[in-house]
Design a protein around this ligand. Structure first.
Ligand SMILES: Nc1ncnc2c1ncn2[C@@H]1O[C@H](COP(=O)(O)OP(=O)(O)O)[C@@H](O)[C@H]1O
Ligand SMILES: [Mg+2]
Length: 261
């Protein structure tokens, strides 16, 4: 099994070595080893229940919140730290490796506060600076024009697509290195989906994106590398073009041609 999707010499931003995850007796991820390249979009695909979300949660220690979970193996971030080490400050880690969920989940606060909150927790800053960073984050996700005159309105009052962009703005406002997205468009209409896809493509200039998607066209449209999982195994990890034109494994081909899933 290739652990690198491309033969780029660049140092991976994440290096997974023999990652195993159990929830109780359920062995959910089996010996996952893979390199994730910086400033790229990596897609995780595979049938429901194969472990995509679980692996995504491993990447910023979100499985810590699940009592029955136990993780083994190494996840080396930026060539230096193993994020599974006990001494890691997980709050700090999740600021560096942020997560966007399937269902947009703005806080029950104003649009402004949804973004300012995380900035303030990370560091004390004068209001003028926070204002500037809120504006910058909203501009990056293309939401500024739509909401600049109603920053005090509740974030919960936005449409689904706007709310998801607010959640992305909230994530990038704390200047992460990596953004994890778990089926970020599956609850959205086609127009909002397209907006989020375009935004994701722009984000890779400044961030590394790992996206779980059940939509293979979406993986093909936006990702550079694709990882196909089946029953907790990483079956194939290839450049996206290869994955969708010349899959190297029979099971990958069966899945992407719709023979199961
Ligand atoms: N919070 C949890 N507690 C216990 N088991 C879970 C939990 N979340 C997922 N699982 C189990 O882990 C396996 C992988 O699930 P998941 O990572 O959600 O797959 P996917 O995202 O590919 O659909 C499934 O067997 C699922 O039932
Ligand atoms: Mg999932």
């Amino acid at each position: 099994m290739e652990t690198k999707a491309t033969d780029s010499a660049a140092k991976p931003i994440l290096k997974l070595e023999q990652v195993n995850l159990h929830y109780g007796d359920n062995h959910v991820l089996k010996n996952i080893s893979m390199d994730i390249a910086a400033h790229s979009i990596t897609a995780f695909i595979g049938p429901s229940g194969c472990g995509k979300s679980s692996l995504l949660r491993c990447l910023n220690r979100m499985n810590d919140l699940i009592d029955t979970s136990s993780v083994a193996g190494k996840i080396i971030f930026d060539g230096t730290i193993d994020i599974n080490e006990r001494r890691i400050d997980v709050t700090q880690l999740r600021r560096k490796i942020g997560m966007v969920f399937q269902k947009p989940n703005p806080f029950p606060k104003s649009i402004y506060e949804n973004i300012a909150y995380g900035i303030r927790i990370a560091q004390a800053a004068p209001k003028s600076e926070i204002d500037g960073r809120v504006e910058e984050a909203l501009k990056k996700v293309g939401l500024w024009k739509e909401v600049s005159d109603r920053l005090k309105d509740s974030g919960m009052a936005l449409s689904g697509g706007q709310a998801q962009r607010l959640c992305i703005a909230r994530t990038i406002a704390t200047k992460p290195d990596i953004i994890l997205m778990d089926e970020p468009t599956s609850a959205l209409d086609p127009i909002s989906t397209q907006t989020i896809e375009e935004l994701t493509l722009e984000l890779k200039e400044n961030y590394t994106v790992v996206i779980v998607t059940h939509n293979m066209q979406q993986a093909a449209r936006i990702s550079d590398s694709t990882a196909f999982f089946y029953l907790g195994d990483l079956i194939e990890y290839s450049p996206t073009k290869v994955m969708f034109t010349r899959p190297q494994q029979k099971r990958t081909e069966d899945y992407i041609t719709g023979r199961f899933g």
